[in-house]
Design a protein around this ligand. Structure first.
Ligand code: XIL
Length: 353
């Protein structure tokens, strides 16, 4: 009970009735004091990849950030540094300083890098604005971009989100500049060019709210099935898994979706997981959040074609969620002060099995 009170105090569980705090919270709280191996060590044992997205500012300025990053994770994804608009501020010019530093950190600490992302409808270079490109011109731009970026990191970055978020909620293809100007073949072209630039790279299609079964994930399934049939070099599908305790994933459907992709011989990675709690953390919401992380980790590891869990941010201090949704939240495994949260122990519990 003493440990529990400390826990409740720590997470501002202020007026939570002790009777509403279930056994799960008790378990997670106790786990906290008894664990002394890191998530990375556990993951290494079970050949699992545990990752986080990385922002350049805290990587440069915050020693604690670097310490937790290297201690707890064995793979990382640059959160913004490899996006087209970040890399190329002027046509024909690239600035790789931030991306290089992130990749160098990974190399120094024996971590893998998952590249993110080559083709997206957002974060386009400024020089795209108010410009009309012909089909051939845009194909040349995209090919050159993919060759430049994938080629530069060959050997250091051997998996990539090639195409990001190309499908709408209703299952139609997103009306991006790529689709409008090149046509739906841009997807196939991007995968082929990425493969040419680095034949050893594992190439992924990545999207959000397509983890369950439904119109969107059906379109993605049919897309990747067609790509496989045509021998386009694609190796997997990224499930972003931006989710929430209010609307948790349908677990049976997530498992079924991973299974049908396995039948196509495709890998699944959980690429950008966060779990919104929609406010400041209290013990009960943290326990609910832990449950969502736990279930997804269990489902991924139970599948023969899934062994990567990456969260979209290292600690609540740097999550994109409160900024993007303009409301306080705490969606990650580590709190504002880099302390592991119940979700951390819930993931560790599954990885340790
Ligand atoms: C987000 C970053 O986290 C923010 O820092 C940035 O301002 C916008 O992009 N899906 C993706 C990611 O594939 O690239 C997005 O990252 C989050 C949603």
């Amino acid at each position: 009970m003493l440990v529990l009170s400390i826990f409740v105090y720590k997470y501002q569980g202020i007026s939570q009735e002790k009777s509403t705090i279930n056994e799960e919270v008790d378990y997670l709280v106790n786990a906290r004091s008894s664990t002394n191996v890191t998530l990375r060590q556990l993951a290494q044992k079970s050949q699992m990849k545990i990752g986080t997205s990385v922002l350049i500012e805290p990587l440069r300025k915050d020693a604690k950030y670097r310490e937790v990053l290297a201690r707890e994770f064995n793979t990382l994804t640059p959160e913004n540094a490899m996006k087209f608009g970040k890399l190329s501020q002027e046509r024909g010019n690239y600035n790789f300083a931030d991306a290089d530093d992130i990749v160098a950190f990974a190399q120094d600490h024996q971590m893998q890098v998952h590249g993110h992302t080559l083709v997206w409808y957002r974060n386009l270079p400024n020089w795209f604005k108010d410009r009309q490109f012909s089909r051939q011109e845009l194909m040349d731009i995209l090919q050159k971009h993919i060759y430049t970026v994938v080629g530069r990191y060959q050997g250091k970055v051997n998996s990539w989100d090639v195409v990001n978020e190309a499908v709408n909620k209703d299952g139609s293809f997103r009306d991006s500049i790529w689709l409008k100007t090149i046509g739906s073949e841009y997807i196939e072209m991007a995968f082929r060019w990425a493969h040419e630039a680095n034949p050893n790279a594992r190439l992924f299609y990545n999207d959000f709210e397509a983890e369950d079964l439904g119109k969107k994930s059906d379109t993605i399934y049919n897309l990747v099935k067609e790509l496989r049939r045509k021998n386009v070099p694609i190796h997997g599908v990224g499930f972003q898994m931006h989710t929430s305790i209010k609307k948790p994933p349908n677990y049976a459907e997530v498992a079924a979706n991973i299974r049908r992709l396995n039948e196509l011989k495709l890998e699944v990675k959980i690429t950008e997981m966060d779990v919104k709690i929609h406010n400041q953390p209290v013990a009960v919401t943290l326990a609910e959040q832990a449950k969502v992380y736990e279930n997804i980790t269990r489902i991924c590891l139970a599948a023969p074609n899934c062994n990567t869990l990456t969260t979209w941010g290292l600690s609540d201090r740097f999550s994109w969620i409160p900024i993007f949704y303009k409301s306080p939240d705490a969606p990650l495994l580590f709190d504002q002060n880099y302390q592991p949260k119940p979700a951390y122990y819930a993931v560790a519990k599954i990885v340790a099995r």
